[in-house]
Design a protein around this ligand. Structure first.
Ligand SMILES: C[S@@+](CC[C@H](N)C(=O)[O-])C[C@H]1O[C@@H](n2cnc3c(N)ncnc32)[C@H](O)[C@@H]1O
Length: 363
């Protein structure tokens, strides 16, 4: 292609970097290209700041270099290297000689337990991605760190669903990240128009708790795998009257979807599953809903304007490594819903579509 031959030519690049106006574009592109090359290093600097406890340590106070050395346990030279690296990424700053605090990119992280949980969780993903060519060649036939973590995505036969690589770890990660998702939906949707809501794959119940806080008359059901239901019961039973909260133990792959709910929600569920699972589940949900019932799907979606990298790059590779599912665009989800019988598929606007998008469809 002619454009790519020009962009890839050394002569053109040299001309662009010297010519006013074009030079600004060339610099922006060079900087974006460098960020892509160096992205893993930036992530590892962030991991170090979180895992060493520095993020918390610098949260509310300005700290001396000596205190930081003591806190991290690194040598003075290693601490200096880390602080300077963090400073270049705006994670850390030095308001005056010899003292340090969080920078403008670091401070907002302290309010985001979900982002911190993801930063800590990423070591599994990075291990799976250490040899990306092999990961793609394996074509999802081999067990990975992520497929073991997400035990429902594991293809290993007779795999126990409990224990450290069972459902507890992923339920904790989901509980930590759930508030960033529910905030987005609760701001944009009127749940009080419904009577009974079933959350399929509801995990330990974070989404139900958030909705219950804004819709006090709504009744709830939570449907999840048998190993997850006791975790939800431990968290939710003390907070709800028994007639307001039902628990349904089973698998949506094998068991019927519970009936008598006028709203069914799938929060961060469909993108975890391959098309054959999704196209079998949606008609089951359609059957379980009463006439006029509604399905809500909430998850990050591919081809989201301004967040394209989150969809096909981040989730594309994350879910490939997990060996199950794929990020779908709004129109792919819409088509699958129409195929299952749903109508009036529409988006529910969220403030930060990079975190999640939402859509509803009616029976
Ligand atoms: C990615 S987590 C999302 C949890 C929760 N909806 C949230 O957003 O925090 C996926 C959930 O689906 C559940 N799940 C996976 N496969 C399932 C199946 N076949 N039947 C029922 N639940 C399932 C998992 O146990 C887990 O709780």
């Amino acid at each position: 292609m002619k454009r790519n031959r020009i962009l890839g030519s050394k002569g053109f690049q040299r001309w662009a970097s010297r010519t006013p106006i074009v030079r600004a574009i060339a610099r922006r592109r060079a900087s974006a290209q460098f960020d892509m090359i160096a992205g893993f290093i930036y992530s590892q600097i962030l991991v170090t700041i979180v895992e060493s406890g520095l993020l918390e340590f610098l949260q509310s106070d300005v700290r001396s270099f000596a205190d930081i050395v003591q806190k991290t346990g690194f040598s003075a030279a290693a601490t200096d290297r880390l602080l300077r690296a963090g400073q270049s990424l705006d994670l850390i700053e030095s308001p005056q000689e010899g003292v340090w605090t969080l920078g403008e990119a670091g401070a907002p992280l302290t309010a985001n337990a979900g982002a911190i949980a993801m930063i800590r969780h990423h070591h599994l993903l990075y291990r799976d991605l250490a040899d990306p060519l092999s990961l793609l060649h394996a074509d999802r036939t081999e067990e990975t760190g992520l497929s073991e973590f997400w035990s429902y995505a594991s293809k290993a036969k007779n795999k126990s669903q409990s224990g450290p690589t069972g459902t507890t770890d992923y339920s904790q990660l989901m509980a930590a990240t759930q508030p960033m998702v529910s905030e987005q939906i609760c701001d944009g949707y009127d749940f009080s128009q419904h009577k009974k809501m079933l959350d399929i794959g509801g995990g330990s119940g974070g989404f139900i708790l958030a909705v219950a806080a804004i819709a006090p008359d709504l009744h709830f059901g939570l449907f999840d795998l048998p190993d997850v239901i006791p975790q939800a019961q431990t968290r939710l039973q003390p907070l709800f009257l028994a007639e307001r909260m039902a628990f349904h133990s089973g698998s949506f792959k094998a068991d019927p979807v519970p009936e008598n709910y006028d709203l069914i929600t799938l929060i961060r569920i469909l993108h975890d599953h391959d098309d054959n699972v999704v196209s079998a589940l949606l008609p089951k949900i359609y059957q379980a809903l009463p006439a006029g019932g509604r399905l809500m799907i909430v998850e990050p979606m591919a081809e989201t304007k301004g967040a394209e990298k989150m969809g096909d790059a981040y989730f594309g590779f994350y879910l490939w490594a997990m060996r199950s599912g794929r990020p779908r665009s709004f129109s792919e989800n819409r088509q699958m819903l129409l195929n299952a019988g749903f109508s009036a598929v529409r988006e529910v606007k969220t403030n930060l579509p990079i975190i999640t998008k939402a859509l509803v469809a009616d029976k």
